[in-house]
Every structure is written in structure tokens, then in C-alpha cells.
Design a protein around this ligand. Structure first.
Ligand code: HEC
Length: 102
């Protein structure tokens, strides 16, 4: 669970970026995940591509939504950058979906 102040900070940040301040939508995120992420990360979050993290493990994703969003936006190693492909808002929806996988 995200501490209250972090949720607040995130809300403020999104607000100041001009995005919607509605909560992230995991159902929308699931659609995006199936389209963009499933080939490497697998339908249940168990990696298909070696080296990808296992999202079904409770010890994965111990980062804030903001940190995960930055990671997904910028990519790292074999993980592609989604900047320009997904909007921040959509990335947050995907992150909300990732959190349902464990
Ligand atoms: C081409 C294969 C591939 C695709 C497509 C892909 N990933 Fe990844 N992802 C990886 C790999 C490999 C890593 C491990 C990168 C590393 O740390 O070296 C990774 C790491 C991650 C991490 C962990 C970041 C961290 O450091 O904690 C997250 C979160 C993530 N991916 C989310 C996603 C999401 C969401 C999508 C779809 C929008 C996606 N990935 C699409 C291969 C992929």
C-alpha cells in the first residue's frame, strides 16, 4: 500500500501536469498490458523473457508508482522505453494492473 502522503504527492503532481486526477484504472491497464507488455512479462506477470522481473512475487514492485512509471517510461537494458508510446496516465493504469498480479 502506498503511504497517504505519497498518494497525495502523486495526485498533486498529476494535477500540476494537467492530467486527470482520477484514480488509475487497472482494467484499462490490463488491456494495455496485454498489448504492450505480455510478450516479455507473461499474462500472469511471470517472465517469458529471461531477466524480466517476476511480478507475481510479493517481493517485486516494492517501489512507488512514480518510480515504476519512470522506469517504464525510460526503459532499462532489454526493457524498452515507452516514452512517446504510452502517456503517463496510461503507464499509471498499467502499474495499477501490475499490482493486481501478485
Ligand atoms: C522486450 C521485452 C519487454 C517488454 C515488451 C516490456 N518489458 Fe518490462 N522489462 C523487461 C526486462 C528484460 C526487464 C528487466 C530490466 C533490467 O532490470 O535489466 C523489465 C523490467 C520491468 C520493470 C521493473 C523495473 C524495475 O527496475 O523495477 C517493470 C515495472 C516493467 N518491466 C514493466 C513493463 C511494462 C508495464 C511493460 C509494458 C508497457 C513492459 N515492461 C514491457 C522486458 C520487457
Amino acid at each position: 500500500m502506498m503511504p497517504r502522503h505519497a498518494a497525495l504527492a502523486l495526485g498533486l503532481l498529476l494535477g500540476s501536469a494537467g492530467s486527470s486526477s482520477e484514480a488509475a484504472d487497472p482494467a484499462q491497464g490490463a488491456d494495455l498490458y496485454r498489448r504492450w507488455c505480455v510478450n516479455c512479462h507473461g499474462p500472469a506477470g511471470r517472465p517469458v523473457l529471461p531477466g524480466a522481473p517476476d511480478f507475481s512475487r510479493p517481493t517485486s514492485l516494492l517501489r512507488s508508482d512514480l518510480e515504476l512509471m519512470t522506469r517504464i517510461r525510460d526503459g532499462r537494458g532489454a526493457m524498452p522505453a515507452f516514452q512517446g508510446q504510452l502517456r503517463d496516465r496510461e503507464i499509471l493504469d498499467v502499474v495499477a494492473h501490475l499490482r493486481t498480479l501478485r
